[in-house]
Design a protein around this ligand. Structure first.
Ligand SMILES: C[S@@+](CC[C@H](N)C(=O)[O-])C[C@H]1O[C@@H](n2cnc3c(N)ncnc32)[C@H](O)[C@@H]1O
Length: 216
């Protein structure tokens, strides 16, 4: 965890994108959201995807270890925010959005009781294998029945380059989620031509996959 805090302090946030993710835009309908619905963004960083969700008329609740990330999110998007403290979290809020600064594993179902959709980009794949098991089990335990999850993953030969992001294949997604969720893979394709870092490391392929899950 201290690694992530340090990365934010040093500005080593190579995963961050200025524009919303094209797969969120393409597949958001799988979340079956209505205006005003609340979407949970685990390990949210200062993701521009949260602005996209807000612009579509949804409410957002994020969780993020680094307070710097939350401050940068609100400052860079020119959103006035307030901070309150509750239990182990400092909660940064503006209209229709709250970022819980603290540890994802400390969130409980009470925090997420009005959430109907979850958006996971660079969150599951940010974690090493043992933590991914804990992350998926925790997600199951804190969201409500019928909640939908839009999950984006990457898969590549893990021996050719180290994570994060870590390689997560379909078999692993199934083993993490199949018990408690209906799982559907929406798309999977090799995108090596758009990944110069992976090309430089002579990685054979990088598959990008999108899944829609629904909690049973
Ligand atoms: C790879 S980044 C992805 C951020 C965001 N999802 C995006 O697409 O830009 C992972 C983020 O998770 C945060 N993080 C890691 N472990 C966490 C935890 N246990 N609880 C909350 N946030 C965590 C890190 O600080 C980092 O900002």
């Amino acid at each position: 965890m201290t690694d992530w805090i340090q990365r934010w302090k040093e500005g080593k946030i190579g995963w961050h994108r200025q524009q919303p993710n094209s797969k969120l835009i393409e597949f958001i309908d799988c979340l079956q959201l209505e205006k005003g619905d609340e979407v949970f963004v685990p390990l949210c960083g200062k993701s521009a995807d949260m602005i996209y969700l807000l612009d579509r008329g949804y409410r957002v609740i994020g969780v993020e270890l680094s307070t710097l990330a939350a401050e940068q999110f609100f400052d860079e998007n020119k959103l006035e925010y307030s901070i309150r403290y509750s239990g182990k979290f400092s909660i940064y809020s503006a209209d229709n959005i709250q970022i819980y600064c603290g540890d994802y594993f400390e969130l409980d179902s009470e925090h997420l009781k009005s959430v109907v959709g979850v958006y996971d980009r660079a969150s599951l794949v940010a974690l090493p294998v043992e933590l991914r098991v804990k992350y998926a089990a925790h997600l199951y335990s804190i969201i409500s029945k019928d909640c939908r999850v839009l999950l984006l993953t990457l898969n590549y030969p893990q021996l050719q380059i180290s994570g994060p992001p870590f390689a997560v294949n379909q078999e692993e997604v199934w083993s993490l989620y199949e018990k408690g969720f209906d799982c559907q893979q929406l798309q999977c394709f090799n995108d090596i031509e758009n990944e110069p870092k992976f090309q430089r490391a002579n990685v054979d392929f990088i598959e990008k996959a999108t899944y829609c899950l629904r909690k049973n």
